[in-house]
Design a protein around this ligand. Sequence first.
Ligand SMILES: Nc1ncnc2c1ncn2[C@@H]1O[C@H](COP(=O)(O)OP(=O)(O)O)[C@@H](O)[C@H]1O
Ligand SMILES: CC(=O)OP(=O)(O)O
Ligand SMILES: [Mg+2]
Length: 404
Amino acid sequence: MSPSRVLVLNSGSSSVKYQLLDMRGGERLAVGLVERIGEETSLLRHTPAGGEARERTGAVPDHDAALKAVAAELAKDGLGVDAPELAAIGHRVVHGGKRFTEPTVIDDAVLAEIERLIPVAPLHNPANLTGIRTAQALRPDLPQVAVFDTAFHTTMPESAARYAIDVETADRHRVRRYGFHGTSHAYVSRETARLLGRAPEDVNVIVLHLGNGASASAVRGGHCVDTSMGLTPLEGLVMGTRSGDMDPAVIFHLMRVGEMSADEIDTLLNKRSGLIGLCGDNDMREIRRRVDAGDERARLAFDIYIHRLKKYIGAYYAVLGRVDAVAFTAGVGENAAPVREAAVAGLEGLGLAVDDELNAVRGDGARLISPPDARVAVAVVPTDEEMEIATQTYALVNASGNLT
Ligand SMILES: Nc1ncnc2c1ncn2[C@@H]1O[C@H](COP(=O)(O)OP(=O)(O)O)[C@@H](O)[C@H]1O
Ligand SMILES: CC(=O)OP(=O)(O)O
Ligand SMILES: [Mg+2]
């Protein structure tokens, strides 16, 4: 039988999430993550199918070491990357620029392009590259496939993708809005249509991907028509550590009056802003705990986060004209009922409402949280970037005869 396993690596700025899947039966053989890479207290959590989770703490200095540790854990369960059943390794790559609109088998030219795009995804593309190079070293014979966060957004019309700046300057430097989290927006918009019992072509959805990074998208009939992230994953919503939208003149002001360098401002806006900059915490669980305890700074941070989210719901409602569903996903969207409640509060005029009891239910699958008679469905739809990457990777290696 031809090999049917796919290993998926989702390398973030300080973490790696991974899954080993058997695509013939759609079975998850192992899932895990390595967190706090580069710190003394890195954590590896590995869960084989049907088995107990194993945790290890201790310094994991970089992504290369993280992947080697992952490979060692897989080997303990007889699922080592040297297994002949492995068909391919699929990688989440955050920035694919304009060139990559589809999943792509990685060769030297693809690697060079991902590297060239580092300045516009400084937190993500370097980690993605390390993941690819380490995986290539472990299995040089296997196809390695890149699935790009930007791909789903390449259908955005020019009116949404262009900034209103001088066209020649923008084109010379490839300045435009690319959008990110596309694998998640694609998967969640499709799953939302399925939840409604309708074909994706017939459904307009606003997807709110609220993780540590966060973005919104307007999806019309299965195609993205607008999204909140731009040239880089800094634009748009308030995030864990990123500012999202602001007047670009803030940067010149900080340079001229604050005497800060471009690099200092880059770090400020990407790593010391958003929720952590506003209140010192970027985890929504901790922020809610502080809000409930009467902490004013946490309250203000929460209110700013919600205000921005609400503005995007309104904007994308106008972009789409008709909205069938609003879907909440990722760590915050799937778990934080108070965020969902506050984001939709007061939007009854748009046909949007949340049922308090349904919203409070904790569950694993996709579910509606709007009242049964609501004009627009509000849903919690868990994302599964790893499964989507595995599906696309497996389809590509089968189609291109790359299976060994
Ligand atoms: N039970 C929960 N309640 C509220 N927020 C949560 C919960 N679990 C996770 N989160 C939030 O989700 C975030 C992580 O989301 P995730 O989608 O995993 O992000 P990323 O992929 O960017 O690392 C955490 O920082 C935290 O704010
Ligand atoms: C693009 C992006 O912001 O990704 P993440 O949410 O994983 O940081
Ligand atoms: Mg994520």
